[in-house]
Design a binder for this molecule. Structure first.
Ligand SMILES: [Fe+2]
Ligand SMILES: [Fe+2]
Length: 135
């Protein structure tokens, strides 16, 4: 997959959610660019730590917001979050234990597929739900 490009239609209208999504796209693109160079483990580790941290914080923040606004597909969405969180636990544990055993391109594809799926299935409904509540 080529670099993810932020699309205006990805805006949900919630500043925290949108900021996290933009930062995720940015981190994935920077990590992908780094992997195409002779980057050392320390430089990659910096991004892996940030990515892992942001994924967990984002899932929690987004759940708090969606619960607060009574998002209709909340429980389905949380199930998806749990799957993402457990997959990231595996990535993170592997990275800490044996970095050479982790396929970083697979990690990036996983995040890209997730954001793409998230954008296509949920961003519009989060945005619609938020604007209906604010109307
Ligand atoms: Fe989500
Ligand atoms: Fe999200």
């Amino acid at each position: 997959m080529s670099a993810l490009v932020w699309d205006e239609s990805w805006e949900t209208g919630h500043p925290l959610i949108d900021f996290d999504h933009r930062t995720l796209v940015d981190l994935v693109n920077r990590l992908r660019a780094l992997l195409s160079t002779e980057a050392d483990l320390k430089a990659i580790d910096h991004f892996m730590v940030r990515l892992n941290d942001l994924v967990h914080k984002h899932l929690q923040r987004e759940e708090d917001i969606l619960r607060h606004i009574d998002f209709p597909d909340f429980s389905e969405h949380v199930k998806d979050h749990r799957n993402i969180a457990s997959q990231f636990e595996i990535f993170s544990n592997t990275w800490q234990r044996a970095p050479e055993a982790l396929d970083l391109h697979h990690v990036l594809s996983f995040v890209e597929d997730w954001l793409d799926r998230h954008a296509r299935h949920e961003f519009a409904s989060i945005a619609a739900h938020l604007s209906a509540r604010n109307a």
